[in-house]
Design a protein around this ligand. Structure first.
Ligand code: GLN
Length: 230
């Protein structure tokens, strides 16, 4: 696979931002999640080992980690945007997503308008942050956090009234019944894997080939059901 000019020969090195459950998180010291398993399948299909690294989301979306050759590809539930596509080469989309509000169960916050005079938490550099800045009422205070973990901790501690974040991730925080998704916003966003823009044409083609075959052989659906069906 030398034509791919991988960071580490024989290995697909993948950068992500953890935790973003159910896409990427750690269990017993091991990375797991939909993105983790899907990119492992892609690597295996290409005859490569698979390695994951945890990096801040800003370093991912700016393409810094790719330019510095820390990894070959980004798998971070990353939404394709025009701005990011100027710096990154995206694979074919692999997940359709939308935005949502997470609030304490029984809270009266059921729309962005209800956040007037309230504090809304977002993850820095994400499409959720942009959505909040573009659509929240002027009286809402938008607070940015580095990771989804810090965002959720602040909600639990009462530091913010609600979270604006990708639906599948907010959904994941509702399992104990203390928090609920109280609104969803059809942004039409899709996730894709990101690679270096200039030199990764061959890598992107191989990744897309593997993605297509995982959709065909049912493995994609198997992983989808494992992480998103409840
Ligand atoms: N999908 C969102 C975005 O791309 C959030 C991704 C993330 O925080 N890992 O901005």
């Amino acid at each position: 696979e030398s034509g791919l000019a991988l960071v580490n020969d024989g290995t697909l090195t993948v950068c992500s931002n953890i935790p973003f459950e159910p896409f990427e998180y750690v269990v017993d010291g091991e990375f797991t999640g939909f993105d983790v398993e899907l990119t492992r399948e892609i690597a295996t299909g290409m005859g490569l080992e698979h390695e994951m690294q945890n990096v801040g989301f800003d370093g991912l979306q700016s393409g810094t980690v790719l330019a510095a050759r820390q990894c070959d590809m980004i798998a971070a539930a990353m939404t394709v945007t025009d701005e990011r596509a100027e710096k990154l080469a995206f694979s074919d989309p692999y997940y359709d997503s939308l935005q949502s509000i997470l609030a304490p169960a029984g809270s009266s916050i059921a729309s962005l308008a209800d956040l007037d005079g309230k504090k809304i938490g977002v993850q820095q550099g994400t499409t959720g942050e942009s959505y909040a800045r573009d659509n929240a009422p002027e009286g809402a205070e938008i607070m940015s956090f580095q990771t989804d973990a810090e965002l959720f901790q602040s909600l639990q501690a009462g530091g913010i009234d609600a979270v604006l974040q990708d639906l599948p991730v907010n959904q994941d925080h509702t399992e104990d019944g203390k928090y609920a998704v109280t609104a969803t916003f059809e942004t039409g966003e899709v996730y894709a894997f990101a690679m270096k823009k200039d030199s990764s044409t061959e890598l992107a083609a191989k990744v897309n080939e593997q993605l297509a075959s995982l959709r065909e052989n049912g493995k994609y659906q198997e992983l989808y059901d494992k992480y998103f069906t409840e």
